[in-house]
Write a protein that binds this ligand. Structure first.
Ligand code: ASP
Length: 320
């Protein structure tokens, strides 16, 4: 074979290999008692728009060859800035009428992870979690320590009034009386990049009326978030105490790794065979190393969406 033909042939093969590496992103905005009768058409539209915006931001990074970690962070930041969701700006209040936010991120190549819990003045907790992962020898920093790290790197804290929302406050007051008005909306994202690496992230205001100092599953690596290039990237939402006790994200990873279950099988088993019988409500999003995705929940709905390099995409709220 002539040298020039051989080079063209080689370039062709490389192009094919690059083109075949699937990439994509999946996001969630919380699971719970979410039913069509709770929504006006406009409100439904707002949720779809917010989910699409987050997917597009993450996908644009992946398309340019950016990392799954950066895609997950960008998508989550958009959802944290949107008061519709229980994370960042829209975080729910605890028993004292204060917010305490949790977030975590993990990457699947070296399995590095970072998390913050109980932060009150960081606008985008997912960025603080990424900072812990990338610039400290630790995995989880809480409260003032996390905020100190944030400012030590030159970032500003916001005033707690940034998180105040009159509607949210009224809901919290009602909730103190009837205990019914639970806001679900923890946010999360999982991504597979063109290099074949996975990442997962989750961010939340936690459970409404939680005890001050309560930490949920979202910043606990292996409970609310997990990523390993050998299997998948997982982000959870739901009643955090159950997700911690059943180590949900790591549980799904383990079923895939040790029992050869698919991402869908493993997720379904944990949600329906393990959590549901004991009253653990919630949902999971995931993407595996081959670009297969899952968006499953044992509640009536979950804000969710996906966008993959094969052109498929969509956003959804209810079970059908
Ligand atoms: N899992 C979150 C927590 O328990 C809440 C949620 O996802 O709705 O803090």
């Amino acid at each position: 074979m002539k040298k020039s033909i051989f080079i063209y042939y080689l370039i062709g093969i490389i192009n094919m290999m690059v083109a075949q590496q699937k990439f994509g992103i999946v996001v969630h905005g919380g699971a719970g008692n979410i039913l069509p009768e709770h929504f006006t058409k406009e409100l439904e539209q707002q949720y779809h728009q917010a989910l699409s915006q987050a997917l597009n931001a993450g996908y644009a990074i992946l398309e340019k060859g950016g990392s799954a970690v950066d895609a997950v962070t960008a998508a989550i930041k958009i959802l944290e800035d949107n008061p519709l969701f229980n994370a960042g700006k829209g975080s729910v209040y605890n028993q004292n009428g204060q917010i305490e936010m949790d977030a975590s991120i993990m990457e699947g190549k070296e399995m590095k992870a970072g998390a913050v819990a109980g932060v009150r003045r960081i606008k985008n907790p997912i960025e603080a979690a990424k900072l812990v992962m990338e610039q400290t020898p630790h995995v989880l920093l809480i409260g003032q320590g996390a905020e100190k790290l944030w400012t030590s790197k030159g970032f500003e804290l916001v005033d707690t009034s940034y998180f105040y929302d009159e509607k949210q406050f009224q809901k919290w007051k009602e909730n103190q009386i009837n205990k019914k008005n639970q806001k679900h909306g923890t946010v999360g994202a999982v991504a597979l990049d063109k290099q074949g690496h996975l990442a997962a992230g989750t961010s939340t205001g936690g459970m409404m009326n939680k005890m001050p100092g309560r930490v949920g599953d979202s910043p606990i690596i292996g409970a609310g978030t997990y990523a390993c290039d050998k299997t998948s990237a997982i982000s959870c939402t739901g009643h955090g105490e159950f997700f911690i006790r059943f180590a949900v994200a790591h549980n799904i990873h383990s079923k895939m790794l040790y029992q050869n279950k698919t991402l869908q099988q493993a997720t379904h088993e944990v949600l329906f065979d393990e959590l549901l019988p004991v009253g653990g409500n919630g949902g999971v999003i995931g993407i595996d190393k081959n670009g297969n995705i899952v968006m499953d929940f044992n509640t009536t709905g979950m804000y969710r969406g996906f966008k993959l390099s094969d052109g498929s995409n969509g956003t959804f709220i209810f079970s059908k």
